[in-house]
Design a protein around this ligand. Structure first.
Ligand SMILES: *[C@@H]1O[C@H](CO)[C@@H](O)[C@H](O)[C@H]1NC(C)=O
Ligand SMILES: *[C@@H]1O[C@H](CO)[C@@H](O)[C@H](O)[C@H]1NC(C)=O
Length: 390
């Protein structure tokens, strides 16, 4: 008896295993099919990005880099600055203005790093621009374009153009002649859904102007892909604006021979640009929210993958496609000069150089990151393994 049981069991076990495997396989198949059907019937509709844009390869080789920008950095105002999205420096007061997720515009003293609650917009202040008489202009994602006087009075200047309400007012800059230039990242999506704009892949962004004397709002460029940071040129000739998923910045001429024209200022950035600031030393500092990763490249190519990622984000958790955020430094001719980034950084929304320090803002942090640039500068990129390859 004992022998026959021993003989039987080695034979019967593979059979049980086989039927278990079959069951598991069928179960997995059904789960995958149900999931695919659910993704298919989800109303989110992603579109292909233009083929000529997909053909462009981002440029990762930058003459000088600091690939570990968090090393040696400090956290400023930790716990008191919820998602400091943009940073703008007022040299007269020696403070950095920053807009936070709780509606506060805070002032951080660059000398003693004291944080002051200045004004609450009741919305979500994003891009900031300092006016020429101490006033601050704010692209508030929920309220529109605001002016805040030196003594803290808030005025809403505009919140729609051509009868279309702004979806996500994102960044603003001011010309000396009293015209504001600002972006509406997406008229379709509001602040809470604006990342869907990039996953959808259709151009709902606009570059808009507002004349402070005539109070007129005018659309300058439409059909932009997630219109983001804007910055005046130092001689007031043109405005630079970023299109995040296209990894480029374009230039709108406001005077001179090319007045009214738009061309490309810098293309093939190593990642997705956000805010942009001029440093008065001849350089633009462009925040890179994420490097152009292989995973994002695949998602950008295939609308179905983007639809799937949005489905996962809505119903569960989206796998991360972001890394190596930071900032690039670009000269007046649109050449990449330096890059600061770190594998652990994502969603850097702004970077600016103030008195020898680099300050980074980030929508998901509760602090500003500061790096002493004389201690931790970008160095010749030849030292990195990737660029020493033959
Ligand atoms: C944005 O998201 C909210 C809630 O998540 C939703 O109620 C709203 O309809 C969304 N808006 C758009 C334009 O998708
Ligand atoms: C950077 O660090 C050096 C040495 O500690 C210091 O002398 C310099 O003032 C610092 N730079 C800034 C901008 O704080």
């Amino acid at each position: 008896m004992a022998e026959s049981t021993q003989l039987l069991s080695p034979n019967s076990q593979p059979q049980t295993t086989r039927s278990w495997r079959l069951m598991l396989f069928l179960y997995a198949m059904i789960t995958v099919m149900v999931a695919l059907i659910l993704v298919q019937i989800d109303s989110f509709d992603a579109a292909p990005y233009p083929a000529d844009e997909l053909a462009k390869k981002p440029v990762f080789e930058v003459p000088r880099i600091n690939p570990q920008a968090l090393y040696g950095s400090e956290r400023i105002g930790e716990g008191r600055l919820m998602g400091p999205e943009d940073l703008v420096y007022d040299p007269k007061l020696g403070v950095i203005y920053t807009g936070c997720g709780d509606g506060w515009i805070k002032r951080v003293s660059v000398n003693d790093l004291a944080v002051e609650d200045w004004v609450n917009t009741g919305g979500r202040p994003l891009g900031l621009a300092l006016g020429y008489s101490g006033e601050l202009y704010v692209a508030d994602a929920l309220k529109g374009i605001l002016k805040i006087t030196e003594d803290g009075k808030i005025e809403t200047l505009t919140n729609e153009a051509e009868g279309v309400k702004f979806g996500t007012p994102d960044a603003v800059t001011v010309a000396k002649n009293g015209v504001l230039y600002f972006t509406d990242a997406s008229w379709k999506y509001d602040l809470h859904n604006c990342s869907l704009d990039i996953f959808e892949g259709r151009p709902y962004g606009r570059l808009i102007s507002y004349d402070l004397s005539t109070k007129q709002t005018k659309v300058i460029a439409r059909d932009l892909y997630f219109a983001n940071g804007v910055e005046m040129s130092p001689d007031q000739d043109f405005v630079i604006f970023c299109e995040t998923p296209m990894m480029r910045c374009r230039r709108y001429y406001i005077q001179g021979e090319k007045k009214g024209l738009i061309d490309v200022f810098i293309d093939k950035l190593p990642g997705m640009p956000d805010n942009i600031h001029f440093d008065t030393e001849g350089h633009y500092w462009i925040a890179i929210t994420t490097e152009h990763t292989y995973k994002w490249d695949v998602a950008r190519r295939y609308p179905y993958i983007r639809k799937l990622l949005v489905f996962l984000e809505k119903n569960w958790k989206r796998p991360s496609v972001e890394k190596n955020a930071g900032v690039v430094v670009v000269d007046m001719d649109g050449n990449l000069i330096e890059r600061y980034y770190d594998p652990a950084l994502i969603y850097v929304t702004t970077g600016t150089k103030i008195r020898g320090n680099l300050y980074l803002g980030n929508v998901f942090n509760s602090f500003i990151t500061r790096l002493n640039l004389s201690h931790y500068p970008a160095a010749a990129a030849a030292a990195t393994p990737s660029s020493t390859k033959p």
